[in-house]
Design a protein around this ligand. Sequence first.
Ligand code: RM4
Ligand code: MN
Ligand code: MN
Length: 396
Amino acid sequence: MSADQTDRIARALESFRIELPSWGFANTGTRFGKYLQAAAATTTEEKLSDAGQVHALTGVCPTVALHVLWDFPSGLDSTADVATSAKRCGVHPGSINPNLFQEQRYKFGSFGNPDASVREAALQHTRDSIQIARRLGSRDVSLWFADGSNYPGTANIRRRKEWFEEGLRAAHAELARDQRLLVEYKPFEPAFYHTDIADWGMALLLARAAGPQARVLVDTGHHYLAQNIEQIVSWLLAEDMLGGFHFNDRRYADDDLTLGSIDPYQVFRIFHEILFFEWETGARADIAYMIDQSHNLKGKIEAMIQTVVMAQELFAKASIVDHKSLAAAQAGPNLVAAESLLQDAFSSDVRPAIREWRVSRGLPADPMDAFRQSGYLERITAERASRNAAGVSSYA
Ligand code: RM4
Ligand code: MN
Ligand code: MN
């Protein structure tokens, strides 16, 4: 590795921050069953504490995404407690995620529900979530809708699109000047015939309809298997509409597996398109990198550290692509040379340079090893085991 490459990696890592999901530390599971972990967090404070450990060891996870229904049991009145806990645990509240899918009234949808009173309730919950975010100093309110239908003919698809536009516009009106609305898409599940925001194009149109502070959120698990996600990322960058990511990996559907566990080259290609965009335009892409994973079998804190380390490695690999040579090879076009520039960067071992960067920042060279040595897991296992045996769990 050349000195220039080591330097590029250090600069890339300085700029790279990734948000942890509070729900990734609690007992969650599949719809078939939940395997409870003795060490899982049973309160919001415990989730923040676990996230604080990941941040203390990696140095790059200062914020935690929060789910309103799960982390704010008294809504707005819970914000003071959450703020105090976050401070105590050495992290900041990150994106705020309204919950528009778990209550009985959302059986036939939230923003797209044919019943105006349910649409209004969903909007009110979103407004409250925006207020929660404002009180906590969080910039992003992240919207994922379970809305859709299971059978042809049962929903007025066009009318629902209008209801979504109305609802999102009204939600956007509630934002402070520095806040953003992020609109997530997903092709199916829980609805199996149509989903109201099924893909990036629908999310883009709805974000545009909502207002100037709305952007699209790309959850890497929310695509059909052969879809070219980095092309979607490039288009959204070109349109200045990429707001953030929910990172995870998948083999079949929305599996929420560890980032890069199935296809690390896919993640590398996404990072490459972002960094190539920044190199070409000289502009910094304003992207919230977030993890959306909840592990049913792996130890939750270990899985999160593994994810962060993997994200850093793939980001570092993308940072050493020789952009100037790539631009020349593309212009040629010199196909094999262009493709090889990506492959060379991807196959470089960036781990020594990352370890060096960590040590220079006073961080453990190996965060996973440091976690295993720390005794934290043994302590929380003893503290939480009996509460977890009583079966505290939530969905995610
Ligand atoms: C969805 C989506 C959302 C997450 C919910 C629980 O599949 O990924 O981001 O909040 O799950
Ligand atoms: Mn997601
Ligand atoms: Mn998902």
